[in-house]
Design a protein. Structure first.
Length: 338
């Protein structure tokens, strides 16, 4: 039997080496894909810019020390046809993620979501201040006049007060404040339409916008939701009887920046469009952002005979059917405190 030549032996060794290396690489490839990414326990935020390729993403992950072997993930993503399916956005990476579960996160587009709450009773200035203070939103409304806000958001020029439903909204980094308000406006439109459709009969309200105005007054008059229907009942009966609403929050709204924390007699006599001590009926626009409960109350007032109410000093109100009873309640709850 002829002995193998030196060349044959060398070729055999090369093949054996290649087989060994190939097997090792295959094992390391499979092992690495199942391995945890390199992160501290608290995790980290990672952002994929719009239009980024899979190669760019793996390079960034490697540069930040998150991936030791980025080529493995790049090869796998391309082999599986996932390289062009990753979604742009901000991701919260955790230490328990593997190479593959992180890739799945990118493909599924499970980006970080932030929360911002529009609080019941806020006015449009407070809403815009909250949006401007949120660093994850792209702000474009801060420098424009209040009168142009609705034009930017809806394309229709109208007063923005009361037009955005109080609620907690989720959004992703890079969302514009305009897009955020579009959602809040759409929710207000939906809720108002639903509540208007189911409204109580014989209300002195001719259109949904009037219900929104009344709801905003209710929202500012009491913080106790179990009083909403009672407050609504007082104002509805006053409207039905042709009485002045005489509600302080409308006076305060009409005063604007001149309001310094208290209302004087001359303020009650000041002829602003919002002064319901001077002008009959509802003010021309809402005075705040009413929530769904306030809107519901405006369209479902209680059926008592109360025409007056006064704050009791504990967050609630005393409701009266007659002026005499009301004046006694004022003496009891208001004048004594002074």
């Amino acid at each position: 039997m002829t002995k193998p030549s030196i060349l044959q032996r060398a070729i055999g060794l090369v093949i054996l080496f290649i087989s060994f290396v190939g097997g090792w690489v295959a094992y390391d490839y499979q092992f690495s894909l199942q391995s945890k990414i390199q992160l501290p326990k608290e995790g980290a935020l990672f952002e994929i810019a719009q239009g980024s390729s899979m190669q760019k993403v793996t390079e960034q992950l490697h540069a930040q020390g998150i991936l030791k072997k980025p080529l493995y993930l790049l090869f796998y993503a391309r082999k599986q046809g996932l390289g062009d399916k990753i979604k742009a956005g901000e991701y919260r990476l955790t230490a328990d993620l593997t190479y593959l579960s992180m890739l799945d996160l990118f493909v599924q587009g499970k980006v970080v979501e932030y929360n911002l709450t529009i609080v019941e009773g806020w006015n449009i200035h407070q809403v815009l201040q909250a949006l401007a203070a949120e660093k994850q939103l792209v702000n474009s409304l801060a420098q424009i006049p209040i009168s142009e806000v609705m034009q930017k958001v809806t394309g229709i020029a109208r007063h923005p007060e009361g037009q955005f439903l109080p609620d907690t909204y989720q959004f992703t980094k890079g969302t514009s404040d305009i897009h955020f308000l579009k959602r809040a406006f759409s929710m207000k439109e939906k809720v108002l339409a639903q509540e208007w459709k189911l409204r109580a009969p014989n209300l002195p309200l001719q259109k949904p916008y009037e219900a929104l105005i009344l709801a905003s007054i209710i929202e500012k008059e009491t913080a106790q939701q179990d009083e909403y229907a009672k407050v609504a009942g007082v104002f509805v009966r006053r409207l039905q009887k042709g009485m002045l609403l005489q509600t302080d929050p409308t006076v305060i709204y009409g005063m604007g920046v001149d309001y310094k924390g208290n209302i004087r007699r001359k303020d009650l006599e000041q002829d602003t469009a919002y002064n319901t001590y001077v002008h009959a009926g509802l003010p021309p626009t809402p005075i705040a952002m009413p929530g769904r409960q306030a809107i519901h109350a405006a369209l479902h007032p209680d059926d008592s005979n109360a025409l007056y109410f006064v704050a009791t000093g504990d967050g609630g109100h005393y409701f009266s059917a007659t002026l005499d009873e009301h004046l006694r309640a004022v003496r009891q709850y208001q004048l004594k405190r002074k």
